[in-house]
Design a protein around this ligand. Structure first.
Ligand code: ADP
Length: 498
């Protein structure tokens, strides 16, 4: 791997069939460092033909050397890859921070967790078990095999490229699938360098391929008839388009989509801990996470206290160079996203919300080139306003006040999304009661924004389909075959169903 940190766009190439590849058109696109506002790298713009080459390579690997490897040999390769990721964690973290502006303390933590994810699924590779069955009658023995689903296409977003890839690639490889990844156009570089680590770990050519490009490249991948499964993380609108493409060739889908998650603070909560959790929910990663706790639902009796503590803490947030360990909040990942966040703040004010803090682009000189926006709190929001219903994907918190537990649950569930929720209370009965009533795939009690490779993760309602991580995440890449054996050798009536 070679990385250049200077502001001269360095040309990176795709990874297809065990080697570097350019796009067949020769076209490339730049990726911008959101802290400097300058292009720092470029990658090929893959078209339909390039996508086809990658899918064909993945198919050949599946039918060839990869398909004939034993599960334990697959596990051994995944372990080697995990160790190599751990060695390169810092380098990969720096690249992601340069591509999407996420603070290095977060990208480092993510990279350090990757090895554990690959080790976990390495251990699972030789524990994929079938079952035996006894159908009615005595003359059959039936067993099941859990076979790889086939060639997997992964379409990824820009906020956590390798972290999100890991929850797809590690189980897919453990299951015996082959893979074509399409990272987001804003953040392709870490995945291209990661492909070299996969290659050096000893995976056969074609097992892991990377094509780069924007939505058209992703669309070409989603509609390719050679793709058996599409695993997508991104917006609900694009996820809908991907699912429609998958329907045209009956491909399986896992969709991890948007959210408008409630962080519910009850009057009996540990208020200091709750305030910290609300901060973690919306200002970590500059609010650019699908699990962002973007709606603070706070009980009226503690609202003033919670909001005042929040405002104090927000005032001391350190914005800055995301490559500095001391920085807490980095820039927005790209210019268009910055415009979107700013327009939502304006919209919130037009809708009648009051600005408690933030709302502007910071004025300090060292932040002038970056796509920064101040951490923003909108007070007096009601759940019908667009800022409470639409995903902003930025550091903008909407404060909604409630009186009763039932009202809190109603507001929490009055959304098309259902990805995550936080509950802050010291009452253990209330904690479980509300956790069971909230429609969300992850519910955190007295904590927020914690995930693990061995805990199922995914969305209710418009937040997605399927689960990643844990053994459920492995099942997403397997299909079950039932094998029937006749034991007696007797001739049966050929004209009736057995
Ligand atoms: P965002 O995450 O910025 O809201 P998207 O959900 O559109 O945006 O992007 C997530 C991923 O989906 C990116 O890799 C992007 O290139 C890809 N993508 C965008 N449009 C399409 C499409 N029509 N079909 C398939 N992939 C797409």
């Amino acid at each position: 791997m070679s990385v250049q940190y200077r502001e001269v766009p360095k040309i990176y190439r795709m990874w297809v069939d065990g080697g570097h590849a350019d796009s067949s058109s020769g076209e490339t696109f730049d990726t911008i460092n959101p802290y400097t506002g300058k292009a720092w790298a470029s990658a090929p713009l893959a078209n339909e033909r390039d996508v086809d080459l990658a899918v064909s390579a993945a198919r050949r690997a599946l039918d060839g050397p990869w398909g004939s490897l034993s599960p334990s040999a697959r596990g051994a390769l995944l372990r080697k890859l995990a160790d190599s990721i751990a060695e390169h964690a810092e380098e990969l973290a720096r690249i992601e921070t340069m591509d999407n502006g996420k603070v290095i303390r977060e990208t480092l933590a993510q990279m350090n967790s990757l090895a554990a994810t690959y080790h976990y699924f390495a251990g699972a590779a030789d524990k994929i078990e079938g079952s035996t069955h006894q159908p009615p009658g005595t003359n059959f023995f039936v067993y099941t095999r859990r076979e790889p689903i086939g060639v997997v296409a992964a379409i990824l977003p820009w906020n956590s490229p390798l972290y999100l890839l890991a929850s797809k690639l590690a189980p897919a490889l453990a299951a015996g699938c082959t893979f074509v990844a399409k990272p987001a156009e804003q953040t392709p570089i870490s995945t291209l360098l990661f492909a070299e680590l996969v290659h050096k770990a000893g995976f056969p050519a074609g097992v892991f391929n990377v094509v780069t490009g924007a939505g058209e490249t992703g669309a070409a991948l989603a509609r390719h008839p050679g793709v058996a499964k599409i695993t997508f993380t991104g917006s609900t609108a694009t996820g809908t388009a991907v699912m429609k493409s998958a329907a045209d060739h009956i491909a399986d889908v896992t969709l991890e989509l948007g959210g408008k998650s409630p962080n519910i603070v009850f009057e009996d909560a540990d208020i200091a801990a709750a305030v910290n959790g609300v901060m973690a929910g919306i200002f970590a990663a500059t609010g650019q996470t699908c699990i962002a706790g973007s709606r603070l639902l706070v009980q009226r009796s503690v609202k003033d206290r919670v909001v005042s503590l929040l405002r104090d803490r927000v005032a001391s947030i350190k914005l800055g160079d995301p490559l500095e360990m001391a920085t807490e909040v980095g820039p927005i990942a790209f210019g268009q996203q910055l415009d979107k966040v700013m327009s939502y703040i304006d919209l919130g004010l037009q809708e009648g919300a009051q600005l408690l803090c933030g709302g502007n682009r910071p004025s300090s000189v060292d932040l002038k080139d970056g796509f920064f926006v101040e951490p923003t709190i909108l007070d007096g929001v009601n759940n019908q306003m667009r800022v409470a219903r639409e995903e902003i994907f930025g550091p903008v918190l909407s404060v909604i006040t409630f009186d009763t537990e039932q009202e809190a649950v109603e507001i929490a569930n009055d959304t098309s999304y259902g990805l995550a929720a936080g509950i802050w209370t010291k009452d253990v009965q209330r904690a479980h009661r509300v956790a069971h009533q909230v429609s969300a795939g992850s519910v955190w009690v007295n904590t927020y924004r914690v995930l693990s490779y061995n805990v199922p993760y995914g969305g209710f309602k418009s937040s997605g389909i399927g689960r990643e991580n844990g053994m459920e995440g492995l099942s997403a890449y397997l299909q079950t075959k039932a094998v029937w054996l006749e034991l007696t050798g007797q001739t049966r009536d050929p004209f009736k169903l057995g």
